[in-house]
Design a protein around this ligand. Sequence first.
Ligand code: PBG
Length: 346
Amino acid sequence: MGSVKDSSEIPAAPVIRPRRLRGTPAMRRLVGETSLHARQLVLPAFIADGIDEPRPIASMPGVVQHTEDSLRREAAAAVKAGLGGIMLFGVPREEDKDAAGSCGARDDGILNRALSAVRAEVGDDLVVMADTCLDEFTDHGHCGVLRAGPHGETVVDNDRTLAAYDELAVAQAAAGAHVVSPSGMMDGQIASIRAALDAEGHQDVSILAYSAKYASAFYGPFREAVGSSLQGDRRTYQQDPANLRESLREVRLDLDEGADMVMVKPAMSYLDILRQTAEISDVPVAAYQVSGEYAMISAAAEKGWIDHDPAVMESLLSIRRAGADIVLTYWALLAARRLAEGWGGR
Ligand code: PBG
């Protein structure tokens, strides 16, 4: 019995060595499977009525409610950075809100004014998108109009809401939106809006459908961003975070109804939904990295607990890897800047 080592204790030299492909930055660049480009990023932006200076949003450090001037500058910066698009949300004055959200469809409503201004600024050099929903404009904060249900309860009236969305979408198209983006999760909203746009001669305006939109706690900071009046929740129209199959049904319906692009929202907690959506979709797939996702990384970085820019870039790459062709992110300009500086993340 010697002290000769049993050869089984020495690990056999591996023949297959995946690490060979990770040895240098150039090798990692060569074999990277997923890419991120400024053109794939869309910047969500808020415009508020009745303010003279951009107003910071406390829960989204670095994001503001814009004035018309500052929004135009932001849009110009987006063009310069090579972004794919800008998605506009309007924040009306409290006194302009009503139960029907009627200021959304008015030509002189804040969102429609902003769409005209941004379109005048960027022309066709940037895709101008509009959030097509009532929640910013209603005094109750719901995404649709309300009625009393059979038992005295308040319900969001799907079909009357569709008529309101049609008017919104037509007004947004007339104001200069290249893309309208119904985000209210009403049944039939894509078919309804398509027909309304076509009837008014807006055949060339595209629809980005928020197809799989979840009732998510990660929208928290957005509610501050748009001064939401919502009491309660949106669980009778937005989806249950427990469900995947239901999302695929929603996506298929929107495709059948004529959606030009489909979206999953939020992004990071729903990468499985995104992957499966990408597998069944024959149109471009977008994902929305929402306000709460922005707030989480921002807050952790502020505390020194996470390295901000690498975390942002990794989060965007993960959303692309899961299947998004297009990513809506409040970091679009930052990410474009990092990419222009040669960010490989690898
Ligand atoms: C509804 C809408 C919401 C967001 C985009 N469109 C809020 C909601 O459904 O409550 C959330 C965006 C974000 O959190 O960044 N018009």
